[in-house]
Design a protein around this ligand. Sequence first.
Ligand code: SF4
Length: 191
Amino acid sequence: MITQYISPTDVKEYAFCPRLIYYKNVLHIYERTTESMELGKEIHEEEPIAHLVPLLKVKQILRKVELTSKQLKLTGKIDYILITKFNEYLPVDMKWADPYYQTAQKHHKMQLVAYSLLIEEAYKTTVKRAIIYYTRARKTIIIPITYTLKNQAKEIIKNIYQIIQTNKEPIVPYTPKCKNCNYLKYCKPTK
Ligand code: SF4
């Protein structure tokens, strides 16, 4: 029986590789995540988001906001929520890892979409954009949060609960990211 809600970090990890969910949430094996994911600490400085205040006409910044959705069985803490003078809500996540050729890494983007779903339910609003700040690269990326992305995140949430409920190891192919994955010693991805 499921006693705990999953988090946007789980959504991120599923988007990186569904097997991470099996190892962490079913077998409870906790290896350090790979360098390509989150090696190093997340840096939480306000300075990197200061330039967004005039750019987006921010009237309020909420920090370390914990939100839970009973509907999605999802819970998480958001680094910042920016509220603009037009009452637009934008989640902001700080990442130590590098962007992917000047764009957001796909699994990071899905984490932001999951945060957006939490915000939508909590504040009864529609999230249209989200922000990732890559601290090491000093790069801000604004991501359009589309209807399609929201549906993809909901599908991921459903799939995560299915893995947890069925204890079934997802079948995944070997990809270049496996080479640096600390779960490779347990995992035999199909080559
Ligand atoms: S080794 Fe590859 S398939 Fe296995 S968990 Fe890591 S990324 Fe996923």
